[in-house]
Design a protein around this ligand. Structure first.
Ligand code: NIG
Ligand code: FE
Length: 407
């Protein structure tokens, strides 16, 4: 197995008692796909190395984990953006059959190959800023055939790009036109599809949009029961536009994460604390929909609920492909500390996906890490819109090169 020494690094490990898990004079040893050793440059383990790299004091962090994306879709919603600027609201457009449903029409019309190419382009943009693991939801197919197609595209991204992909089934994203007025029948159908998706190895987790313009708590609960029968973990788009009690419901089902959460109540926070559910905050959607109600960051912090940050990349509410911009927005808009924002894109993001083998730099974990043109991660959270500081990316022990342009 290839044994490689990476020395002369400043390490932000997000592990151990130090703030940032900081090691000022650090080194890493990889053995094949695994971090064999992480520590002070003065005492790396002896023995023969197949390769050695001098990082000249550059910052090294864990590979970024984007724990909430809707990467697979056809078309775009630029025209809807213009309509919203003329005064139409996101909810009004959705109720009028636009919004998510317009993307469903474009997705159904796209070929497998076109969907794959569009998704790969988006994935490469995330990768260029240091993403090594991404969660990809379905939710723009909304038929058995098209949901499976979208999940299949997500799986193919994980096979063909140097990127780990976790898939999430999100059939309960909107009501497709063929089920108009028959939401409960659609929920029954979606529960049936889940078994087939699971049998085909297409699903790692199950999500729903619990909202006045989405599905109600009882319908969400039925889907979660179906997920439990299949042994699939759940997560929820909860409390984005109103308080539906979705977070508490998801927590009762042991949800990995509740996401958005601008309207989260004290009861929701208490329930998430007890179930160990991660709060995934999405500053891109907050910004792009010009929300004014902030997620209750101070209360989540006080309760000790782990906070993750993600791009929520999607064509309607968060068409960003910049995790680094989200780090900055998590600080400026949500008042997270730079360290909290970074933990939100590494350690806690991995936790939101139920993955304990990544998100930190520690012996025994996956060798997924990023070398930055920077000396401290706070510097990266502080800047926005400038040159990409991502210099080198190691994915499963192998350098993904060059990190800043598509492989
Ligand atoms: O996470 N809230 C629901 N889903 C997406 C938006 C989807 C869309 O508008 O296309 C979100 O914000
Ligand atoms: Fe989302």
């Amino acid at each position: 197995m290839t044994r490689t020494l990476w020395r002369n690094a400043r390490l932000a490990c997000f592990d151990g008692p130090q703030p940032w898990g900081w090691v000022e004079h650090g080194a890493l040893v990889t053995e094949g796909p695994v971090l064999a050793w992480v520590g002070n440059v003065a005492d790396p383990p002896g023995g023969r190395y197949d390769a050695e790299h001098d990082l000249q004091g550059a910052l090294v962090t864990p590979g970024l984990v984007d724990a909430h994306t809707h990467l697979v879709y056809g078309g775009d919603r630029a025209a809807e953006f213009e309509l919203r600027l003329q005064g139409a609201s996101y909810e009004t457009l959705a109720r009028a059959g636009g919004g998510i449903r317009s993307t469903v029409a474009a997705t159904r019309a796209a070929s497998d190959e076109a969907l794959f190419e569009a998704t790969a382009r988006r994935a490469r943009a995330l990768m260029a800023e240091g993403v090594t693991t991404v969660e990809i939801k379905s939710g723009y197919g909304l038929s058995q055939h098209d949901e499976a197609r979208c999940l299949g595209v997500a799986r193919r991204i994980g096979r063909e790009l140097p990127l780990s992909v976790r898939t999430t089934s999100l059939a309960l994203h909107a009501l497709p036109p063929e089920f108009a007025g028959r939401a409960d029948a659609y929920v029954d159908a979606a529960c049936d599809w889940l078994a087939a998706q699971h049998a085909a190895g297409l699903v790692d987790a199950v999500d729903a949009f619990c909202e006045t313009i989405g599905f109600d708590p009882a319908q969400t609960e039925r889907l979660f029961a179906a997920a439990a029968r299949l042994g699939l973990p759940v997560k929820l788009h909860a409390e984005q536009l109103s308080d539906q009690g979705g977070a508490a419901l998801a927590a009762r089902h042991g949800a990995l994460s509740c996401d958005h959460l601008e309207h989260l109540s004290a009861e929701g926070i208490a329930a998430m604390r007890s179930s160990g559910t991660v709060a995934v905050l999405l500053p891109g959607a907050y910004y792009f929909l010009r929300e004014t109600r902030l997620p209750p960051v101070a209360a989540l912090r006080e309760a000790g609920v782990p906070i993750a940050i993600a791009t929520d990349h999607n064509p309607g509410s968060s068409p960003t492909l910049s995790p680094l911009l989200m780090l900055n927005m998590a600080c400026t808009l949500f008042r997270l500390t730079p360290e909290e924002a970074w933990a939100g894109f590494t350690r806690h993001a991995a936790q939101a996906l139920g993955l304990s083998d990544r998100g930190r730099l520690a012996a025994g974990l996956r060798a997924d890490f990023v070398v930055w043109d920077s000396q401290h991660p706070r510097d990266i959270a502080y800047r926005f819109g400038g040159p990409n500081p991502c210099r080198r990316v190691v994915f499963g022990g192998i350098e993904r090169s060059p990190a800043s342009s598509p492989p």
